[in-house]
Design a protein around this ligand. Structure first.
Ligand SMILES: Cc1ncc(COP(=O)(O)O)c(C=O)c1O
Length: 459
């Protein structure tokens, strides 16, 4: 066929293809520069970066990596690997890597049935994201007071249950664990779902069982500050296939999680509109390593806390935080409640002077998103539009609902939060460091308080 004929005939009629091959040669979409940017973020020195660049540039990266979690040529993407490690670590049937702890909570809460007209019982102390996720799921948070463990007080839950309640969302607070035995008892009695917020206590256990594996779903944050802290990420674990489906439908509404994304619903209610909370491959690459390290990290923190607690003396004016399970405590903080907020302040100042890192919340009116009464985006009850959903949703109001949030609703939380002293612990403390910290605490408490052998013990 002449070239003239080729120009007129279609390739379908046997002519040579108009574009047989591409001459233009580009660079990989993701290549050495992106890799260097990651290496730079890791904080390597200039000299190290130079070496990394030289080695990376010598490799032929072809078209470079394609950082997709789905439709990848890899046998196991980093996200899938992270989810496998999570299943192995927690012993659950399912795990979903997501973009944040808040995303995990939102997905899990919708999965268990939170929606218009429904209430979720949340702890008065924890973090704003738990209650905020209830609201973004169009439900209403109802705050439950805490006990001296700073976690949801199981004996306070029943009084808050209404026909609108669908779930409990206990938070395992700051390296400690909730009394999950008692909480699950109430949940089962009232047929309520349980979504555990484990963002602050990844790796904590209650009676030998990992936090996050008691309820219907466990949610974790993998933000930089957490025990497993990769930057910004989240994790959902569950043993229920149906809840896994539903959480995926919220977190990955493109349907890529389904065997056939375009298949008709396989059962009534399978498909509904969600959003995209997918975890990124880069995040998962870090999170895999972080999660594998978690047991050793927890073990180190636990040892440090126990070494210190075992050396502390008891005082009339000091109530140590109640540990629902001392053996399951992670232990990155040590907490106690002096009799007054003023005494807390004096003790904290003296401890800091001793070189012991600690803080108080103080009796302040400053917004603090760890206590219900100061979570003002919630307490203001402002929805994003004039209809003021979910606070004034007819499905809520007409069913007797009335959301009100004010300091005083949860008096134990108010009192403890005003007085708590948080001592920060370091997983790398040596036995000597632990002794020095314990001696420092004993010295300061002896200066301001009355020694009493029969006062509340630390363990
Ligand atoms: C108890 C609790 N829940 C949820 C979150 C939210 O996690 P993220 O920041 O990953 O969305 C946090 C974060 O600090 C938290 O402490």
């Amino acid at each position: 066929m002449s070239s003239e004929e080729n120009l007129q005939k279609l390739a379908l009629q046997g002519a040579v293809k108009a574009l047989g091959s591409i001459e233009g040669k580009g660079k990989p979409k993701i290549g050495v520069e992106e890799f260097m940017s990651v290496a730079e973020r890791f904080g390597f020195s200039k000299a190290a970066l130079k070496k990394i660049r030289a080695i990376a540039s010598a490799e032929d990266m072809g078209s470079g990596p394609f950082l997709a979690n789905y439709y990848s040529d890899l046998k196991e993407t980093k996200v899938k690997g992270f989810e496998r490690i999570a299943r192995e670590t927690f012993g659950t049937k399912h795990a979903i890597g997501v973009s944040s702890g808040t995303a995990a909570l939102h997905s899990a809460l919708v999965a268990v049935g939170v929606g218009p007209g429904k209430e979720v019982i949340c702890p008065a102390l924890g973090f704003y994201a738990t209650a905020a996720a209830v609201v973004t799921a169009k439900g209403i948070p109802v705050f439950c007071d805490v006990d001296e463990s700073l976690a949801m007080d199981p004996s306070e839950i029943e009084a808050l249950i209404t026909p609108r309640t669908v779930a409990l969302a206990p938070t395992h607070i700051m390296g400690s664990v909730c009394n999950m035995g008692a909480i699950m008892k109430v949940a089962r009695k009232h047929k309520l779902k349980v979504v555990e917020d484990c963002a602050q206590s990844c790796g904590g256990t209650f009676k030998g069982k990992l936090a996050g594996t008691f309820g219907d779903m466990g949610c974790f944050s993998i933000s930089a500050y957490k025990i497993v802290g990769g930057g910004e990420g989240g994790l959902i674990i569950t043993n229920s296939r149906r809840l896994w489906d539903r959480a995926n439908q919220i977190a990955e509404c493109g349907g890529l999680w389904r065997p056939d994304r375009f298949a008709k619903p396989r059962y009534n209610g399978e498909l509904f509109c969600g959003t995209n909370y997918r975890m990124s491959e880069l995040e998962a690459a870090v999170d895999q390593v972080q999660l594998e390290r978690m047991p050793a990290t927890v073990k180190r923190f636990h040892k440090v806390k126990m070494r210190i607690l075992n050396r502390l003396k008891t005082f009339e004016e000091i109530v140590p935080q109640k540990l629902n399970d001392p053996d399951g405590e992670i232990g990155y903080q040590l907490r106690f409640f002096p009799k007054t907020a003023e005494l807390s302040q004096k003790i904290a100042t003296a401890l800091q002077a001793e070189g012991i890192s600690c803080g108080t919340r103080g009796k302040s009116t400053a917004p603090d998103w760890h206590i219900y009464s100061y979570m003002f985006p919630l307490t203001l009850k402002n929805g994003p539009t004039e209809a003021n959903c979910p606070y004034e949703c007819p499905l809520y109001i007409e069913n007797g609902g009335q959301a009100n949030y004010a300091r005083g609703d949860c008096p134990t939380a108010d009192g403890l939060f005003d007085r708590v002293v948080n001592v920060m612990l370091n997983q790398w403390f040596s036995a000597g460091d632990c002794r020095n910290v314990a001696n420092g605490i004993n010295k300061v408490l002896s200066a301001y308080c009355t020694p009493a052998a029969d006062a509340t013990p630390w363990l």
